[in-house]
Design a protein around this ligand. Structure first.
Ligand code: O7M
Length: 226
């Protein structure tokens, strides 16, 4: 992920949820400007596992392939899900933490990179956000590669950066949910996850390029692309 970020000069991960057009064409449009794509459940339900597998095969090595199938089950089931996710060809997966047991999940052999969700972007996520510090501690103790933090709540991004200086922070919520591209990087995130601003655009290529350029401009101004 970091190698692709360096070579492309980008911190953009495109969220593929409701993809109305042929996914491969869309991904080819944004490939040059994005470090990776995050594949969500709407994508899986609409296009099926075979299409997900083909997407992973087509873009392996040129995009970081991140799975977001909302994993929040008992540890043996999450472990099995991670094995299948790896078989589909993903490099990384987002996991929930509130259900407990992430420590045993993280020791699964040849698992993808794991990113633990510690707070969410919508205003109603009060219960989850209230436990942000404990969830962050659990994720770090379990040795996860990174955390998912809300771009809409920069104070949480800042706190996560402080609590987890070595973790890779992924921030969704940029664009359609309000925050401007680059703003989560300024708050301390490493990557910004952007969905509708790009995917629902009539010109996804230009939209992705614009996000990448804004990230660069804001990062240069604040010298935050670490
Ligand atoms: O840019 P959008 O709003 O169209 O899409 C945002 C994406 O980020 C979408 O795929 C959501 O599932 C995801 N997301 C949030 O919007 N908020 C969160 O708090 C967490 C996520 C996420 O990635 O969860 C793992």
């Amino acid at each position: 992920m970091w190698e692709l970020a360096e070579s492309k000069g980008s911190r953009l991960i495109v969220a593929l949820d409701s993809v109305p057009v042929e996914p491969r064409e869309l991904v080819e449009e944004v490939e040059e400007y994005a470090v990776g794509v995050k594949v969500g459940l709407p994508f899986l339900l609409r296009w099926g596992p075979q299409a997900v597998k083909e997407l992973c095969e087509t873009f392996r090595g040129t995009l970081y392939l991140l799975c977001d199938f909302k994993l929040a089950d008992i540890p043996p089931v999450v472990a099995e899900e991670l094995k299948l996710i790896r078989e589909l060809g993903f490099d990384g997966a987002i996991v929930h933490l509130f259900q407990g047991g992430i420590e045993s999940v993280s020791t699964v052999a040849s698992r993808p990179d794991l990113f633990g969700l510690v707070a969410m972007t919508h205003q109603e996520s009060r219960l989850l956000d209230a436990h942000f510090e404990e969830l962050t501690r659990e994720a770090l103790e379990a040795g996860l590669e990174g955390l998912v933090v809300p771009a809409t709540k920069p104070e949480i991004v800042k706190a996560a950066r402080k609590a987890a200086p070595g973790a890779t922070l992924l921030a969704p919520g940029v664009g359609a949910q309000g925050p401007k591209p680059g703003s989560a990087l300024e708050a301390g995130a490493d990557f910004e996850i952007v969905g509708r601003l790009i995917v629902a655009s009539s010109d996804p290529r230009s939209a992705a390029r614009a996000v990448r350029d804004s990230q660069r401009a804001r990062a240069n101004a604040a010298r935050v692309m670490r």
